[in-house]
Ligand binder design. Structure first.
Ligand code: GLN
Length: 485
């Protein structure tokens, strides 16, 4: 048998249920794996071994007492460090939150704990989730388990690297413009951004509230479904969370059939900077779907070309407002020895925020200021409406859309010093956030030893269909290979 840390969540859940293994054994194996690879990987900002073992022992005791437990009971889960955890330091990758210990759990964390999940630590991210490589973390970069010289993607790079390197079978991330799907693609794992409103954002440290969504990372589609099931559904603490009923996602994966499914291939997503290998592998995946009985046809989404530009007005505008709360008074870090409120706030923000965050706050404030609002912010929102309409129209004809997740494989650390190049890494994922749609990334092959991801995009709240189609491809393609680390 594989080492316990290599088990998928659903394999482990079966063994736990049948008492073949204990939650403590599984957790100890996972923690030992973390200890072994963390010096090279640096996927975590905080590890919580005592908490993890305590949670695991609770599950073992409850099972020994004959309780029937939910599927995630005893399964290790890592959390992106912008999800608030009661009593556990939560930094959002920023110096300004260095000493911040939240008084309450994010709703998703609360739900995981209710399901008996074992929290193993908080993963690294670009500061406030702003970036595409995890290099913007104020603490340290994270390495890609497939090649330690390369980035894991971002901003949820820590979660993606942790799952790829078997430091946890499951992790949560957040996705504002691609921060789950792009790192999933770079690290060769499955990552999903659910529909806006499918998962509560309460307790997620906000970046851009009209775009942010929390979602799962896993090594298989089935595990991704398991984790989504645990976190999805209405939450009275987030008025944007939907009351739409949560379907049975595991059942959707259990019948991975795409016969008759109509899949559109938007040609615009194969343009800007897409490498020949990515192009070839994603088109090969399209042919595979055809072989499996789907109807595959090209389509057009011309406004998607403007999504990136509009996003970089809307997201900074929202972040300039969301980040106003970090003033040196309410949370975390406060500069020493400055008299007066304004001076204290100015200096705390000056020392606490990194350069990328400052740049975005300034762009956001500028775009929202009187006189520029109409020229930038309103116009960006108009573009957003066009993007939404085009997707809506495409979904009259197609059940799903298939695109690359990112134009290229993971780049080398320090390589993308040009901010525009860095932003292009999200050119295929950003339109999906702009329209609030669900998207999933899964591995569709390798280019020079690095994983390549494809993205499936669906109608609002049709995560089950995405999971079914993803599972169909995964079943046909066979088990994913493991990184060398
Ligand atoms: N890279 C994009 C940005 O920097 C998306 C980040 C995200 O999804 N959180 O804004």
């Amino acid at each position: 048998m594989n080492s316990l840390y290599q088990l998928t969540a659903s394999q482990a859940a079966n063994l736990l249920k049948n008492r073949k293994i204990s939650a403590r054994e599984l957790t100890e194996s996972t923690l030992a794996r973390m200890d072994a690879v963390e010096p090279a990987l640096k996927a975590f900002l905080t590890t919580t071994p005592e908490l993890a073992l305590q949670l695991a022992d609770q599950i073992d005791r409850r099972r020994a007492a004959g309780e029937t437990l939910p599927p995630l009971a005893g399964i290790p889960v890592a959390l992106k460090d912008n999800l608030c955890t009661r009593g556990v330091r939560t930094t959002a990758g920023s110096r300004i939150l260095e000493g911040f210990v939240p008084p309450s759990n994010a709703t998703v964390v609360e739900r995981l704990l209710q399901q008996g999940a074992v929290i193993t630590g908080k993963t690294n991210l670009d500061e406030f989730a702003m970036g595409s490589s995890t290099e913007n973390s104020a603490f340290h970069p994270t390495a890609n388990p497939w090649d330690l010289q390369r980035v894991p993607g971002g901003s949820s790079g820590g979660s993606a690297a942790a799952v790829a390197a078997c430091c946890a079978p499951l992790a949560l991330g957040s996705d504002t413009g691609g921060s789950i799907r792009q790192p999933a693609s770079y690290c060769g794992v499955v990552g999903m951004k659910p529909t806006y409103g499918r998962v509560s954002r309460s307790g997620l440290i906000a970046y851009a509230s009209s775009l942010d969504q929390i979602g799962p990372f896993a090594r298989t589609v089935e595990d991704c479904a398991l984790l989504l099931q645990a976190i999805a559904g209405h939450d009275p603490l987030d008025s944007t969370s939907s009351e739409a009923p949560v379907p049975d996602y595991a059942a959707a994966c259990a019948h991975p059939d795409v016969k008759g499914m109509r899949i559109g291939i938007p040609e615009e997503y194969f343009a800007q900077g897409v490498t020949p290998d990515v192009d070839r592998l994603v088109r090969a995946a399209a042919s595979e779907y055809e072989r499996l009985g789907a109807v595959v046809e090209p389509c057009r989404l011309p406004s998607s070309e403007y999504a990136l530009a509009a996003y970089y007005v809307i997201a900074p505008a929202e972040c300039s407002s969301n980040l106003a709360r970090f003033d040196g008074v309410k949370y975390g870090f406060r500069t020493a020895n400055v008299a007066g409120h304004i001076g204290l706030t100015e200096q705390t923000r000056g020392e606490g925020f990194g350069p990328e965050v400052k740049q975005r706050i300034m762009i956001g404030v500028y775009a929202l200021s009187a006189g520029y609002y109409d020229a930038y912010y309103r116009r960006a929102q108009q573009v957003r409406t066009l993007i939404c309409r085009e997707f809506e129209e495409a979904f009259h004809k197609f059940d799903l859309l298939l695109t690359p997740t990112a134009p290229a494989v993971a780049f080398t650390m320090g390589e993308n010093s040009d901010p525009f190049q860095m932003k292009l890494a999200d050119v295929c994922t950003i339109p999906v956030n702009m329209a609030g749609l669900p998207g999933i990334s899964l591995c569709c092959g390798f280019s020079n030893g690095m994983p390549v991801g494809m993205q499936l995009i669906g109608r609002p709240f049709e995560e089950a269909l995405l999971l079914r189609a993803a599972a169909a491809y995964e079943t046909a393609a066979g088990p994913a290979s493991m990184p060398p680390l």
